[in-house]
Design a protein around this ligand. Structure first.
Ligand code: PAP
Length: 280
């Protein structure tokens, strides 16, 4: 797959919503939340479909030929509902497409240590990887050198952060941790950002209902998210591999003090020194 700065890989509609994220930072959760916020009356589809089946991945739809998770991207002349797409493509490669569009971009990120641990577990759950587990120290090394899919993580986050700071009307930045700590506030903010705020007497109940329906505990217990999976070019990805623990700080179970120190130093260099006080 070759991208360049000059490529305009698709032309989003002003009504489109693009969920951008680095892998393992909260994509599945945000897919469920955005789908529920936009399609309030049909949010029960989440009980029978995996969030990844409901929200297509831009890069698979644009370039992919073998990914079979597929619902097609709806044609742009269908107006009854807003299209939601997701992408892991770095902003640096999508800038031309996003900067020239009035679509809404939601970017979610997660602290680097939990992102790394989640990535490591996810890869080791792949069918192929069972015979050949990915050693944790190798994963740490690859992460620190930016040699994991869609990496470097730090460039990915800072690219979208710049977009969100530059174009706040069109791009919204949130973190897994703030969403976890106060989901109702962030669901309300997301709805406002998307131009479909919760209003009326039952607004509070609607928000609570969406937060509950998209919680880790509820989503991970739907049959559809426990069995089956998605064939991809690399491996068969089980549906349940998108739901592991869903907590903040799981890195403490896996990382030595030395590894924590190494990643924190990178985080300070790549985030804090640019004024983004996050991730340590
Ligand atoms: P993806 O990039 O492959 O789509 P993504 O959904 O971004 O993965 O990340 C998966 C992580 O989100 C998992 O974290 P963990 O490995 O630390 O447990 C997964 O458990 C977590 N996750 C999935 N759904 C939810 C949810 N509803 N609430 C909170 N965390 C969730």
């Amino acid at each position: 797959m070759v991208f360049s700065h000059s490529q305009n890989i698709c032309k989003p509609l002003p009504s489109d919503i693009i969920l951008a994220s680095f892998p393992k930072t909260g994509t599945t959760w945000l897919k469920a939340l955005l789908y529920s916020i936009v399609n309030r009356s049909s949010k029960q589809r989440l009980t029978v479909e995996n969030p990844h089946s409901l929200i297509p991945v831009l890069e698979y739809k644009t370039y992919g030929t073998t990914h079979a998770s597929a619902i097609a991207i709806p044609p742009s002349n269908i107006n009854h509902s807003r299209r939601i797409l997701s992408t892991h493509i770095p902003y640096q490669l999508l800038a031309k497409t996003l900067d020239s569009s009035e679509c809404r971009v939601v970017y979610v990120t997660r602290n680097p240590k939990d992102t790394l641990v989640s990535t490591w577990h996810f890869v080791n759950k792949w069918k192929k990887a069972k015979e050949d587990r990915w050693p944790f120290d190798v994963a740490v090394d690859k992460f620190c050198h930016g040699l994991i899919p869609c990496g470097p993580y730090y460039d990915h986050v800072m690219g979208y952060r710049k977009l969100c700071l530059d174009r706040p009307k069109y791009a919204h930045f949130l973190t897994y941790e703030e969403l976890k700590n106060d989901p109702k506030t962030h669901v309300r903010k997301l709805a406002e950002f998307l131009g479909c705020p919760f209003e009326g007497e039952d607004a509070e109940a609607q928000v609570q209902d969406i937060v509950n329906g998209c919680s880790f505990e509820v989503l991970s217990n739907h049959e559809v998210n426990k069995a089956g999976g998605f064939p991809s070019r690399i491996a068969f990805i089980p549906s349940n591999s998108f739901f592991r623990k869903g907590v903040i700080g799981d890195y403490e179970e896996h990382m030595s003090a030395e590894v924590v120190e190494k990643i924190d130093a990178l985080t300070k260099e790549n985030f804090h020194s640019f004024g983004f006080m996050y991730g340590v």
